[in-house]
Design a protein around this ligand. Sequence first.
Ligand code: SF4
Length: 672
Amino acid sequence: MKASDKNYRAGWYDKERDDQGPFRWMAQQAAVSFDDHELQETNYLRVIAGHSFPDNDLPHLTVYLNGQKIGEETIEAAYSPYFFPFSGGGDLYFELKLDRVFHVYGDPREMGIMVREIDVLTPDDVGVFLDGWYLPEQAAAERDRSLSRWMKRKARCLLTNLPEDREKYLIIEAGHSFDGEENPILTVSSNGLSIGKKEIIPAYRIYYFPLSFSSHSFEIELELNKEFSPDITGDSRHLGALVKKLEVIMPEPQEFMYEQGWHAWEFDEFFPYSWMTRKANVFLSSSEVKEHSYVSFFAFSEFANFKQNLRLELDGNVIGDIPLIKNWNYYSFALPPNKSLDSDKSGYELWLTLDRLFPNKYHEDDPRDLGIKISTISFHNDRHVHEDFRFFHDNLRLNYEERKKGQIELKSYPVNLGIDLFAKCNMKPPCVYCLWDWTKEWEEGHIEDVVDEKTFEEYGPFFRSSRLLINCSIGEPLMHPRFEQILDYCARHKKIMEISTNGQTFTKRTINALVGKPIYLYISLDAATKETYAKIRNDRWDSIIPNLELLNQERKKRGNLPKIHMVFIPMKVNRNDLEAYFRLCQRIDADALILRPLLVLNDPKIEHDRGGYHFDYKKELLSREELEKIFKECEEYSAKYGVPVANQFSFGISDRDKFKHKEAVDLETQRF
Ligand code: SF4
């Protein structure tokens, strides 16, 4: 309970005001009382004081409670709070004694210190900051409205209301203003027991200190190995580190605390990620580490030559040292067995170290130190997934070596796997350009076959080595009777998928199965109006668009996955739909419009009367000139509607020329 009814006794002058607010001069001795208060076991007399003594002649304040000394402090010129702990309640009579005063010519008063506030606080009223801090001040940056306070060389804080049985971290958001100076090292301890040590860099950063104490409240001591000299700061105060936030957090076990070496979170094609610099650390919950066998994440390296290496250390134990693969890839690392971990720890520190950065010349528009992109870190217990990762990694490395040597016969397995999820199609009659009959002749009696988990297991090393599963079937994969289970299985095995659909099989079930998974979904409409659609397929246009909108709506809740790629095969029949197709893509937030060629066939005899139109495959093929015109229009519409275009007419053409630097070969884009 907070004390009230404060009575200034002898030794105080009338209230005055300076540029920081009201204060009272205290004479050499002064007293203040607080009447009859029920107080907690530990309480604090807080005195916020400053003075005008010279720096080499600082006054010393001793405080007595009911005749007993409860503390002494040297008072600095700049206003700071000073805390004098005591126990018990009742009538409180404090005497304050200074070892010196000074006099001003013409003023008969004996001048001691200027007291801005004097009050009695319970631990709950104190807040966090005890001694060793200057008063809070506004951040220098105009747009930053937060308050920070300078820490002196030594400071104390009080942590209260802590749950005794939860994992918790002290977080300190700190920095300083003296770039180019040696950074101070902050040591945090409690009752002589070390909590942690961190170097405080100039830019504000959050520093994490796992707390293994189980008490409900305790004091911590903070000590810096240096303070910045007034010659550097231009400020007579003892400035050590500028602290914006100091609090205790209790993260959920699944939460990770990213500390040093990370840039802000961004969003890539598939994953939220953070660029890591050369060295970065993250804290992992001890219960999660103890309950799991593996830690994993997706990472993106720019190096296609296995020359960038990542090392992982968990509390000093190396748990991984591995050359990285270009592009987004899954990585899994075995955690040390429980018995080799310090069981008292409330959190483990994982350090990630790269042997080289992504060279600056490849990202001149982004001057940051960029190493690799890392997506959210997670844990798992699936030995098969871990072993598949090892197999995948070793195979890819062998594949790279074999290709580099120009070997024709390879021991390695391919890294893309074409699959045929479902051979049958819902379109009756088929789309006008469909080659289903012709292709299925090749499949002979296997049209009824369904690819499932057992098939993937039978693929063995072909499945394990693959990063991308491309559904090549001529048929409608969303009709697969166990579509959800198949997609779940592939996601569990960290596969990225490419699936093409005619867009007429979207239901709540198939949409639910697709959302949140790393899938490139190709939706073939080829038309932007009901009329054109009827000439190519059928009269179901009106049911397709609401489903596409629903898919887009649902995926927004799940990381914007799958990626929606809207396919358009330019033909005579849809030549006038191009701009409207861009508008449709914009309306459903498509990730890209895919221009795909109508296959050039030797004398195709494919003719249909559909939607009042006679479709003759041969006559639908557009001339090179017409196609060039379409490509140009696409560039304009792409800029106008903000829809990227992927032109599959140029499939297979190398982009090697776009790299101008000598090292281009090493960093050359590698298509998996
Ligand atoms: S969706 Fe594909 S398989 Fe089905 S009819 Fe159309 S082109 Fe043929």
